[in-house]
Design a binder for this molecule. Structure first.
Ligand SMILES: Nc1ncnc2c1ncn2[C@@H]1O[C@H](COP(=O)(O)OP(=O)(O)OP(=O)(O)O)[C@@H](O)[C@H]1O
Ligand SMILES: [Mg+2]
Length: 254
């Protein structure tokens, strides 16, 4: 079974992510219930858009999926692990190896070059600095930024910053790439570049889950999960992937 194909030899697909009656409440009197028992499965190789109104619980859901937070009740299975069974240290290790995050605001380290920012995504691996550097360069080439290795974040455009953030998220080959409004801070052309890159990475086998307000973006994805008032309101599977991959993404970025 390979992570790339997401299939066993017999054709069964492997779940990367499984949520079982996941509830999230915040402390209060009474407690504030944000997620009301979410059931959800995402398989290897999927490209999923999560849509829904502001305040519906999308980012809360992503932080549970990304192991940044634990559910109040219910179970999260990630990359073959039931998170309930793991302590905080084990979860941090699993997060480092299995999840790549991309956020609207990039969160690059301002004093570091592009390549050093990406190499931070490999600190947990214990690899040598030289090896991390090599892998970071390769990841930057993959996102079309081989010509910006020594720039610092303040010397990059918004779209370039987001591509650096995507390279950092992907450099460790995570099972799941999570993106919360990755195009939210970008103009439409740069945003389209990021979308094309996500489609390209997915075509290469990366499982991607993207939160977006952008209806057109969501509609171009093969699966859309609608969240409303902390519940899954719809889960649409369309066979749109081939049509959705723009020509510019098919040959790879850059
Ligand atoms: N730490 C917290 N304590 C209490 N309530 C919270 C906390 N974090 C989030 N919330 C509430 O949970 C609800 C869901 O928030 P969440 O950030 O998941 O929404 P969202 O769907 O991502 O919205 P947006 O599209 O605006 O980003 C909101 O009503 C928010 O006020
Ligand atoms: Mg949000």
């Amino acid at each position: 079974m390979s992570r790339e194909s997401g299939r066993h030899g017999d054709g069964r697909r492997t779940p990367v992510l499984q949520l079982d009656k996941v509830v999230k409440e915040y402390d209060g009197d009474p407690p504030l219930r944000i997620l009301h028992g979410i059931d959800l499965t995402v398989h290897q190789g999927e490209l999923v858009a999560v849509v829904g109104p502001s305040g519906s619980g999308k980012s809360t859901l992503l932080s549970l999926v990304g192991t940044l937070d634990r559910p109040t009740s219910g179970r999260v299975h990630l990359d073959g692990h039931d998170l309930t069974d793991l302590n905080d240290r084990q979860i941090a290790a699993l997060r480092a190896s299995s999840i790549g995050f991309v956020f609207q605001q990039f969160f690059l380290l301002p004093g570091l070059t592009t390549v050093d920012n990406v190499a931070t995504g490999l600190l947990y691996t214990g690899e040598s600095a030289r090896r991390r550097h090599e892998r970071a360069v390769r990841a930057l080439r993959e996102v079309g930024l081989a010509h910006r290795l020594d720039h610092r974040p303040d010397q990059l455009s918004g779209g370039e910053k987001q591509r650096v953030a995507i390279a950092r998220a992907l450099v460790g080959r995570p099972a799941l790439l999570l993106a919360d409004e990755p195009t939210g801070a970008l103009d439409s052309a740069s945003g389209q570049g990021v979308v094309d890159l996500l489609l390209h990475l997915n075509a290469q086998g990366t499982t991607v889950m993207v939160i977006t307000h952008d209806r057109d973006l969501a509609a171009s994805f093969p699966r859309q999960i609608g969240v409303q008032d902390g519940r899954v309101a719809f889960d649409l599977h369309g066979d749109t992937r081939t049509a959705a991959v723009p020509r510019s993404a098919q040959g790879g970025p850059g």
